[in-house]
Design a protein around this ligand. Structure first.
Ligand code: FMN
Length: 400
């Protein structure tokens, strides 16, 4: 089942009669939203802040970051004074992300949480990136070192914890796929703060669009890209690997896209969770025709994070840091956000299939600036529903 169908599909589930009774509801976690081991990392993330366990506090924050399809491609090598960040390239979405560009952006998201946690826990952090260019998914995937962070305490540190609304927002940040309030305008101060998040970066630039005309243009490109990319069975296969329908799978694998995170109202979520897979597929195929476009347009702001070189590893990591930071800022200020990356995914898809670079051209027109290469598209606004947490693997699984 494709990501978008999965995510939008249960829009029609409310008309489907739920079968299977209370037992199925129980078995499928209808009464246990956000509960169980898969959700523990959201609750105990500050456990090690007393430093008894040293730098693990920083890893606990890092793993709550966003990642494509919730693949959580991160591994951490932790010593008493440093953390090394590795990408686990086997945790990929296949043809949907043929150069692991999005997985590297996810690594940047984790890095941002880690750096925020370092400052909040009174560490002085010195970050080094390992340069490199993106390439096709390795035939024999192995962890690759992306960054090294030296962390000093005591004399070298300031002695003060850094209060930070971004750090405090870490456990409340969730991708919100519900409808937004179209008429509730985002305050100009927020737009200003968002646009300045990348102002110290020389290789990353934030482009923000609030006018209806601009947003419509981007929505049209995204919606067409969405339809096209998921019509490729290889893409669908790569995506399906990360869709977790059964509650037992959610608790076992503790990753991937879940029904709870689709962004439906509670009753529809409950019904969706009780449906057998075939019925969910059927419901997904009957989602409203312009559902995705309408959803995107319900948000009052669309953003594009662009870099100088879309294939540069460090630029991907830096873009990921900016997305994580943006989403945390939105969370702290009562707004919601969601990536909507199909147009940029199509740039990679066209390149991998050696097709003409149609999407790169369309997005360059939107930016009006050929120097900057779009790498991440998102929308933000005031939500109608509170987003639910997605599962996370425990730190024992990601510390090597
Ligand atoms: C690089 C990247 C691309 C993503 N693309 C999409 C997307 O196109 N649509 C979407 O709904 N979510 C997208 N996401 C959000 C992830 O699915 C989400 O971060 C993950 O499921 C974990 O959930 P959380 O963000 O609520 O913690 C993307 C995230 C990242 C880091």
């Amino acid at each position: 089942m494709q990501r978008r169908s999965f995510l939008k599909g249960a829009g029609v589930v409310t008309v489907v009669v739920a079968g299977g009774g209370v037992w199925r509801a129980y078995d499928q976690g209808v009464f246990s939203v956000g509960q169980g081991p898969a959700y523990e990392p959201w609750k105990d993330w500050r456990k090690d802040s007393n430093k008894e366990d040293g730098l693990l506090a920083l890893v606990r924050a890092a793993i709550l970051a966003a990642s494509p399809h919730n693949t959580q491609p991160w591994l951490f090598k932790v010593t008493s004074s440093s953390i090394e960040l590795y990408i686990d390239t086997k945790r990929n979405v296949g043809a949907l992300d043929p150069y692991l560009r999005e997985e590297h952006i996810g690594m940047g998201c984790a890095l941002e949480n880690l750096m925020l946690a370092a400052a909040a826990n009174d560490y002085q952090a010195n970050l080094t990136f390992f340069p490199g260019k993106l390439g096709p998914i390795p035939a024999e995937p192995a962890p690759e070192l992306l960054a090294h962070i030296d962390l000093a305490t005591g004399d070298l540190a300031t002695g003060k914890r850094e209060a930070s609304e971004l750090y405090d927002a870490i456990p409340r940040r969730h991708t919100n796929r519900g409808a937004y309030l179209p008429h509730k305008q985002i305050p100009p101060e927020f737009v200003e703060a968002l646009s300045s998040l990348a102002s110290n970066e020389s290789d990353v630039k934030m482009f923000l669009f609030t006018s209806e005309a601009d947003r419509k243009k981007i929505v049209e490109i995204s919606s067409a890209a969405n339809a096209e990319i998921y019509s490729d069975p290889e893409v669908e296969r790569g995506s399906n690997r990360w869709i977790r329908i059964r509650w037992s799978e959610v608790q076992k694998f503790r990753d991937g896209l879940t029904i709870d995170a689709i962004g439906l109202p509670p009753i529809a979520t409950a019904i969706g969770k009780m449906m057998p897979l075939w019925m969910l597929r059927w419901a997904a195929s009957r989602g409203p025709k312009n559902g995705y476009s309408n959803l995107m347009l319900s948000a009052s702001l669309i953003g594009i994070i662009a870099v100088r070189d879309r294939c540069d590893r460090e630029h991907c990591l830096r873009a990921g840091r900016i997305w994580q930071r943006s989403h945390l800022l939105a969370t702290a200020r009562g707004l919601a956000g969601r990536p909507c990356n199909e147009a940029v995914e199509m740039i990679d898809h066209e390149k991998a299939l050696e097709k003409p670079a149609k999407r790169a051209g369309l997005l360059a027109e939107v930016l009006g600036d050929a120097v900057w290469q779009p790498t991440f598209v998102f929308y933000m606004g005031y939500p109608t529903l509170t987003a639910r947490a997605s599962p996370r693997r425990p730190i024992e699984d990601v510390v090597v």
